[in-house]
Design a protein around this ligand. Structure first.
Ligand code: HEC
Ligand code: HEC
Length: 216
């Protein structure tokens, strides 16, 4: 049932416009076709050329706790983020500078390459109630509904959360909460992050993610 609702939601997001390369990202058939045509081998070469590994690691597992891992992340989610950075819809200087140098085809290839890499496996933990059940009193859906069971990601837009860096997870949730990150369509994540306390966000970060690296 949940899956069906999400499918219908996803389908209703589609427009007949050309490839999304404008400030407000829209899903279109052309965009989906372009993303599907992404080639991991070409993506690997583009990643080398643009030195993505400097921050995201050779296979998309980042070395820094404040830099997201992108190994295994859904290609459609990555493609949207790269477009959002390019147009500063997601405002972050480091990535905007890099995304501006990429063509839509290169973005599709890069996203295909990182999707094909094995994600970091978070250690098994007790599920967090907000993740599996949500909280009716605050109109909060469970994270699972959109991000998939155990946070493995779902559909075109909802990223995998499993294996993400906790420092990055906390930072990006606080950015949704403060409205500094506002590239989520319909403000869904801003609404959710707003209802959560910082302690709840930290607990969710710990549940989904890899522990921070010990200081050397
Ligand atoms: C200098 C370091 C650096 C380089 C080089 C870099 N990135 Fe990033 N990347 C980051 C940081 C930091 C973030 C998180 C920024 C934020 O909070 O919005 C990020 C975010 C992302 C995201 C969004 C991840 C998510 O979970 O939302 C994607 C996708 C991405 N980068 C892909 C790439 C690709 C592809 C390249 C090469 C073309 C690249 N990055 C090069 C540092 C870097
Ligand atoms: C109604 C659907 C929905 C629900 C419920 C939901 N999310 Fe999200 N979430 C999304 C979408 C869609 C995005 C991607 C937004 C974008 O395009 O950048 C997202 C993005 C995120 C990100 C950013 C990931 C990254 O790599 O940058 C985090 C973290 C996150 N969600 C955590 C949560 C947590 C924790 C919960 C439960 C308390 C939750 N979400 C519930 C739809 C949802």
């Amino acid at each position: 049932m949940k899956a069906r609702i999400a499918m219908i939601l996803a389908a209703s997001l589609l427009t007949l416009d050309a490839v999304a390369d404008e400030p407000r990202f829209k899903w279109s058939y052309d965009t989906l076709r372009l993303i599907a045509s992404g080639d991991p081998a070409r993506g690997e070469a583009v990643a080398k050329e643009h030195k993505c590994s400097k921050c995201h690691g050779d296979t998309g597992i980042s070395d820094e706790d404040d830099t997201p891992s992108i190994a295994g992340q859904a290609r459609s989610y990555q493609f949207k983020q790269l477009m959002d950075y390019k147009h500063s819809t997601r405002d972050e200087k480091t990535m905007t500078k890099r995304a501006r140098k990429l063509t839509p085809e290169e973005m599709a290839d890069l996203s295909a390459f990182y999707e094909a890499q094995a994600p970091e496996q978070p250690p098994g933990r007790e599920p967090h109630k907000l993740a599996t059940e949500g909280d009716k009193s605050r109109l909060l859906l469970s994270c699972d509904v959109c991000h998939g069971k155990d946070g493995v990601g779902y559909g075109m837009e909802s990223p995998a959360l499993a294996g993400q860096k906790p420092v990055y997870f906390l930072d990006t949730m606080m950015a949704f909460r403060e409205g500094d990150r506002e590239n989520d369509a319909y403000g869904r994540m801003r609404f959710i992050a707003n209802q959560l306390t910082e302690d709840e966000i930290k607990a969710l970060a710990a549940y989904y993610s890899m522990p921070p690296r010990p200081k050397e």
